[in-house]
Write a protein that binds this ligand. Structure first.
Ligand code: EPU
Length: 417
């Protein structure tokens, strides 16, 4: 399934450019379901999850064409309102087609996504919100069958947790529903703000994006639009930590440092020197990082998807760090792989205690998910000897050209498929 082979010890030096944000692009692709015509997205990353979302949209009836980082999606008059299990299983984000399919077609059949490597990951808030908007659901042989024969109607929906996916599903449904939808305790992630901008460019009225109270007014007059996806803050953060863990000097361009405020400030606490401009950041890593504590939280808190990379950094800190994971119940699965490299980490429910060691030692490890896979590559950059990271298809879901980009900055890294 592909391996990344790293000879550790090189100090990274140079510049790396990040692509468009996976977690914005995927939902902005889904927006094409809402209205027939030719939609254009710019700065779309060339990663496996985008290809999977393309397959799902093709199954629904759309035609896709890609040139460089521009993606055109032609949405037809009549859709096949269905998301099959083989695609939903590979990518849980497929669930965001549910709301817009119900709004546009009055029906949808979406295979129920099970749990995944990060935990149980229920979708109760998506379903309860859509039910408040007039949809009804029944589960038949593992497939969720939704119906809203008279269309969806706006409602005031209070989320018990600011779920990114539930907020997006309800926004996508709300722009094509009748009347106003208010989402209370909405997620505030920058990718949601970007989706709101895209929907507004399509003629929707979404206000309050980036705050916990979103107002979405439905309209029958949506039209296709052109939109440029925001930069990927998780890719940018991953390269920043790559600079930090190798004691290197890395400049990340094409990014938005303001979207990484908490993470960069924690890197400073760990002894890194961080400089930044509007669309670049430069990080110089210390010989050995200082220990730090952090807690993952919804935006603007420390992003859970940079947690494993940061833990990789802290395995070589000059003291003990404590990391608390609040988003996922099984995010720590990768810790066993880091332990094989010599890391000293103990887990107590959602807390990890990381006792920093002077060095890691390279060995074969397996990537359990996208971000933990990236963390193992970063650990390999620092480790003495050779690290072989297997199951790299997980990494391909969210990173384009990780190996080439790290090699261009001096890493001794190669890929074998
Ligand atoms: N949750 C529920 N019920 C729901 C919805 C969510 O209990 O109805 C729980 C989840 O189980 C989880 C927590 O709430 O424990 C957060 O889930 P959320 O819905 O916010 O996350 P998501 O939409 O499933 C997106 C990203 C993730 C990222 C999270 C948090 C996409 C495609 N995925 O997932 O990204 O970790 O938000 O920021 O946008 C990644 O890129 O590697 C990745 C996993």
């Amino acid at each position: 399934m592909g391996q990344i082979i790293i000879d550790g010890g090189a100090r990274l030096q140079g510049t790396v450019t990040v692509g468009g944000a996976k977690n914005a692009a995927l939902k902005e692709m889904v927006a094409a379901i809402l209205v027939p015509g030719r939609h254009q997205l710019n700065n779309v990353p060339d990663i496996a999850d985008v290809a999977l979302m393309g397959e799902l949209l093709s199954h629904i009836g759309c035609r896709l064409q890609r040139e460089g980082t521009t993606l055109w999606i032609v949405s037809p008059e009549r859709l096949n309102p269905e998301a099959p299990l083989e695609l939903v299983r590979k990518m849980r984000a497929s669930i965001v087609v549910l709301g817009p399919l119900l709004a546009r077609c009055g029906e949808a059949r979406v295979a129920l996504p099970g749990g995944d490597d990060l935990g149980a990951r229920p979708i109760d808030m998506h379903l309860e919100g859509l039910q408040q908007m007039g949809a009804s659901f029944r589960l038949s042989h593992g497939v969720l069958e939704g119906e809203a024969l008279n269309g969806l109607t706006g409602a005031e929906i209070e989320l018990s947790f600011p779920s990114v996916g539930a907020t997006e599903n309800l926004m996508l449904a709300g722009v094509a529903a009748k009347g106003e939808t208010i989402i209370v305790n909405a997620a505030r992630e920058p990718e949601i703000v970007d989706l709101a901008r895209h929907l507004n460019a399509m003629g929707a009225s979404v206000t309050g994006e980036g705050t916990p109270m979103l107002h979405v007014t439905g309209t029958p007059n949506l039209s296709p639009a052109e939109h440029t996806v925001i930069p990927d803050r998780l890719e940018a953060g991953t390269y920043a930590i790559a600079g930090a863990i190798t004691g290197g000097d890395v400049t990340v361009t094409g990014c938005s440092p303001t979207l990484l405020r908490m993470e960069l400030s924690k890197l400073e606490d760990a002894g890194c020197q961080v400089r930044k401009g509007e669309d670049w950041l430069r990080i110089e890593g210390p010989e050995r990082p200082q220990p730090i504590d952090f807690v993952t939280l919804p935006y603007p808190g420390f992003h859970t998807d940079l947690h494993p990379q940061m833990v990789a950094l802290l395995t070589v800190a000059s003291g003990t760090s404590i990391v608390t994971e609040n988003l996922y119940d099984s995010r720590f699965r990768y810790v066993g792989e880091l332990a094989r490299m010599g890391a000293d980490i103990s887990i107590e429910s959602q807390h990890a205690v990381i006792r920093g060691k002077p060095e890691l030692s390279g060995c074969p490890v397996l990537a359990p998910d996208i971000r933990a896979g990236a963390a193992l590559v970063l650990a390999g950059l620092r480790a003495e000897g050779t690290t072989v990271v297997g199951d790299v298809h997980h990494i391909d879901r969210g990173y384009n050209g990780l190996v080439d980009k790290l090699r261009a900055m001096g890493a001794a890294i190669a890929r074998s498929d």
